[in-house]
Design a protein around this ligand. Structure first.
Ligand SMILES: Nc1ncnc2c1ncn2[C@@H]1O[C@H](COP(=O)(O)OP(=O)(O)OP(=O)(O)O)[C@@H](O)[C@H]1O
Ligand SMILES: [Mg+2]
Length: 267
């Protein structure tokens, strides 16, 4: 499942976007069924946004796509290949921007970004420097190159994690909450970066987000996971007037001071 090659923003080499297929995916941790028979596919070059309440299984699902978790039942494929196999990870360039950032505090920001291209010897040090500095510039992080991630704010760490993903020159980019902890302008910048990677470089993006602006603004399709089940799959236009009352309540909750939710939780 590949499509025509396009130029990567950092290497200027040819690459091709890849598709993802999730088929009957179930995942149990002990007796707890976190994902329940989830099926959907993401087309090459598509922006797919996955939304859902906290604890509904979004991050666990992303971890299956990068092969960090294995299905209890069902199958996950990237570019038609088993997502959990070592060879898939060698042959498909994919980057996951973790919810927590997952940066190495013992390394500078610069070295965090340079780690992957150095380990995979994809370029010489001068070319790596150019890529790293360009990614830092795009995310307004030029002044942080020699700092440790531990010296940065939450939002800055989030941007470093995204910059590290960009330097990996991915065919498939997965983001776990890329705009949480960011101010509105930086959230808009990240949203624009995701859209640009699709429009100009044909990168496939799967974005887990609670950010309705991002989902409705740039997604080709949006999936909603609730209690481990995919309860809705459609275009942003369809989500502006959801038919399913659970989806409507999740996307457009009304603040009701006369009948507050926490009172319902207490009873
Ligand atoms: N390794 C694990 N072992 C046991 N339970 C796990 C493990 N990873 C996740 N879970 C459980 O699976 C459920 C779904 O977790 P997940 O992290 O996917 O939620 P989420 O939808 O990403 O939520 P949030 O929006 O808060 O990030 C949670 O109840 C979590 O405790
Ligand atoms: Mg999560």
């Amino acid at each position: 499942m590949t499509c025509s090659p396009t130029r990567n923003p950092f290497t200027h080499t040819e690459t091709a976007a890849v598709g993802v297929a999730i088929e009957g995916l179930s995942k149990n941790f002990g007796c707890f069924e976190v994902l329940k028979n989830v099926t959907f596919s993401v087309e090459p070059g598509e922006i797919f946004v996955l939304m859902g309440p906290s604890g509904s299984g979004k991050s666990v699902l992303l971890k299956h796509i990068v092969g960090l978790e294995k299905p209890t039942a069902g199958r996950v494929t990237v570019d038609g290949r088993d997502a959990s196999s070592e060879t898939t990870r060698e042959q498909v360039r994919l980057a996951l921007v973790f919810q927590s950032g997952a940066l190495f505090n013992s390394l500078s920001v610069y070295d965090n970004l340079a780690l992957y291209p150095r380990e995979h010897q994809v370029a010489d040090e001068a070319a790596i420097r150019e890529k790293v500095m360009r990614a830092l510039q795009i995310l307004s992080l030029e002044g942080t190159a020699h700092k440790s991630p531990s010296e940065l704010s939450g939002g800055m760490k989030k941007r470093v994690a995204i910059a590290r993903g960009l330097v990996m020159e991915p065919q498939l980019m997965l983001y776990d909450e890329p705009t949480s902890e960011l101010d509105p302008v930086m959230s808009a910048t990240i949203t624009e970066i995701i859209a640009t990677l699709k429009d100009e470089y044909h990168v496939t993006s799967i974005v887990v987000s609670h950010d309705r602006e991002l989902a409705l603004g740039i997604a080709d399709r949006v999936g909603i996971l609730m209690g481990g089940e995919l309860v809705s799959l459609g275009t942003p236009a369809e989500l502006r007037a959801p038919k399913d009352p659970r989806v409507a309540e999740f996307l457009y909750p009304k603040i009701d001071l006369k009948n507050p939710r926490f009172k319902k939780l207490e009873t």
